[in-house]
Design a protein around this ligand. Structure first.
Ligand code: SF4
Length: 230
């Protein structure tokens, strides 16, 4: 499992994939990354401190991810990240959280004292597909409501059951409402959700050039494209 990498094409930054307590929700139908979660605070901190030693601050931007939300990182890990931010003169942070922590987002912004791009797993703006099929439990009703708390949606593309119309609508919303977004092309994992190769090919044909040229939309054609994970 690679836990440190550098993202060098768009929005250059260092990225770490840390270990955390179990995801607060843990029931998204397409997710198997929660297998990385742990209940041992000692084990989590030990591993995280080691991973965090890699950070140099060379881009002045750091992204911290874990298999869940940043609120599931132990306090000692958060404190260590804050120390590194100061030591390495990091000026901007990318963090991620599930919708259920929306009322704690501001606290985290204040805690780190530097600008944060807060990502959220939206997967799809289609309410029914998101909450009933993907079981995301992110029950915001509008883009405006989402933007009250979060900066950058993470979208999922290429799942059997998703339609081209849904994806067109999602791309339109992302391109017209957000300064930053991530598009994940679904790759089969151990969950029951399956990739739809026909829709992935259609998506790549239609959107690859447009999205690759857009400096603020990052597309992961493979879930390890950021250089972390397995
Ligand atoms: S919120 Fe994220 S980590 Fe938790 S179950 Fe859903 S996809 Fe997995």
């Amino acid at each position: 499992m690679d836990r440190y990498s550098e993202i060098t094409n768009k929005n250059q930054r260092e990225i770490v994939l840390l270990k955390s307590f179990p995801c607060v929700w843990g029931k998204c139908s397409f997710c198997d990354y929660i297998l990385d979660n742990s209940k041992s605070e000692e084990e989590i901190n030990k591993l995280n401190f080691k991973v965090l030693e890699n950070i140099t601050g060379k881009y002045k931007v750091l992204e911290v991810i874990n298999s869940g939300s940043c609120f599931e990182l132990p306090k000692a890990t958060l404190d260590k990240i804050k120390d590194i931010i100061k030591d390495k003169n990091i000026e901007k942070l990318f963090l991620e959280s599930h919708w259920s922590y929306k009322n704690k987002i501001q606290d985290m912004r204040e805690y780190f004292e530097i600008p944060i791009t807060f990502k959220i797993g939206v997967e799809s703006f289609d309410y029914d597909f998101r909450n009933n099929f993907l079981n995301k439990n992110a029950k915001f009703k509008s883009v405006e409501e989402l933007k009250t708390y979060f900066d950058s949606p993470c979208m999922m593309v290429g799942i059997k059951g998703q339609t081209k119309e849904m994806i067109d609508k999602d791309m339109d919303i992302v391109l017209n409402n957000f300064d930053h977004a991530t598009i994940n092309v679904f790759v089969n994992n151990t969950s029951d959700i399956k990739r739809d190769d026909e829709i992935v090919n259609w998506f790549v044909d239609k959107y690859k050039d447009l999205l690759d040229k857009n400096p603020n939309i990052e597309v992961l054609y493979n879930n390890t494209d950021f250089g972390v994970g397995e």
